[in-house]
Ligand binder design. Structure first.
Ligand SMILES: Cc1cc2nc3c(=O)[nH]c(=O)nc-3n(C[C@H](O)[C@H](O)[C@H](O)COP(=O)(O)O)c2cc1C
Length: 374
């Protein structure tokens, strides 16, 4: 078994046996929606649908990319894909590096398109691979493997910097990414993995033409913490200590959504990192995201044999929040007022995010240049 394959299964093992969230929170607790006691709508008329990459989803949710690349992960991907198809939500796969290195593992990913024939499926490759030389051919191979609607390219500098076998090399990434983006006609989604996107990062990416972002901020799965457990298992005490110190590194999800929307008013934004409930999904959308991404809570529900139960509750709760804010659909939800308190409010002030300009962007975001998104 290759090192990449072994690592894939070890990550899942740690994720389901250890506490992999915290100590940071998402800061969604500082975002407050306003209760409407006279909503003037009926619960069952509420429309949660959204268009994403030319397909209609029944709810604004993506199962964020997690796995594939080891024989035992095929059945996880199969179950997640069946759920995505059934609930009409999008789904991503984990990094496809393992199958690009060893085509015998392709089935652990392609099962997703087989079981989710009609919904949005995203391919996935790491920035580290692009820096190391993956070009258009490998990107197209990853997309073809899944007949994917787009490809997520993930950024994980924090993880790479503490991982025992990490590859913390990002020099030249933007230039290579621009070349790839200019040569393929599929959307590229730039995705963090749990430490968030800042205004500055988004501005650099926008400048080279990227228009899809998945913020994956802090407050959910913490990769530095996962690598801390791995370093401990290997007796690598220095890496373990660094990972312990840096486990508070990152931009909380709510702050990252605001920063990303502020820097990219015209872009499609997935809000993720610690999103777990229907209320979280609603808050993140009002705050500036177009849809929400969820990884770990879905994996946890799968291992508890409660995937359908979890997704049913999630969507019901989201519908309830639309009802309670008097929103008949997502376009009406994003226009609802919010109150921002505590650290998140201080963060905005200190980061020079003008509240009235932000409100303007937040309300009008869907009318900014959508036709340019591809
Ligand atoms: C077990 C596991 C494996 C993951 N593998 C990948 C991956 O291969 N590629 C990727 O882009 N993100 C990966 N992620 C990150 C998630 O897609 C997501 O961005 C992150 O976990 C934050 O969401 P969460 O707090 O809902 O878990 C993984 C997450 C988990 C829990």
């Amino acid at each position: 078994m290759s090192e990449t394959e072994k690592r894939k299964i070890e990550h899942i093992d740690i994720a389901i046996t250890k506490e992999i969230r915290g100590p940071l929170t998402t800061w969604l607790e500082h975002v407050h929606l306003i209760h409407d006691a006279v909503p003037e709508i009926d619960f069952n008329e509420i429309d949660l649908s959204i268009e994403f990459l030319g397909k209609k989803l029944k709810a604004p949710i993506i199962i964020s990319g997690m796995t594939g690349g080891h024989k035992d992960t095929a059945k996880i991907n199969e179950a997640l894909a069946e759920a995505a198809e059934k609930f009409g939500i999008a789904i991503g796969v984990g990094s496809q590096r393992a199958a690009i290195e060893n085509p015998e593992l392709e089935y652990t990913y392609s099962i997703v398109r087989e079981r989710a024939p009609s919904t949005v499926v995203l391919a996935n490759i790491g920035a580290a691979q692009i820096v190391k030389g993956y070009g258009v051919d490998k990107i197209l191979k990853a997309i073809d493997m899944l007949k994917a609607d787009g490809i997520a390219i993930h950024l994980n500098p924090a993880q790479e910097s503490v991982q025992p076998e990490g590859e913390p090399f990002y020099k030249g990434f933007l230039r290579r990414l621009r070349d790839i983006a200019e040569s393929i006609n599929k959307p590229i989604i730039i995705k963090e993995t749990g430490t968030g996107l800042s205004r500055e990062s988004v501005a650099k990416l926008r400048e080279i033409g990227i228009r899809y972002f998945d913020v994956a901020g802090s407050g959910g799965t913490n990769w530095v913490l996962i690598e801390k457990y791995r370093a401990h298992r290997r007796g690598e005490s220095i890496k373990e200590k660094i990972a312990e110190d840096l486990s508070i590194w990152g931009i909380p999800t709510a702050a990252s959504v605001i920063e990303t929307r502020y820097a990219a008013p015209d872009s499609f934004i997935i809000g993720s990192g610690g999103v777990e409930t229907g209320l979280d999904v609603a808050k993140i959308i009002v705050l500036g995201a177009d849809m929400a991404g969820i990884a770990y809570p879905i994996l946890k529900a799968y291992f508890a044999d409660k995937l359908d139960e979890y997704l049913n509750a999630l969507i019901h709760e989201l519908r309830a929040v639309l009802f309670l804010t008097g929103s008949k659909d997502l376009n009406s939800l994003i226009k609802k007022p919010i109150v921002i308190t505590g650290s998140l409010r201080e963060w905005m002030i200190d980061r020079g995010i003008d509240r009235s300009l932000y409100e303007h962007i937040r309300m009008l975001r869907r009318s900014f240049g959508k036709k340019d998104l591809l």
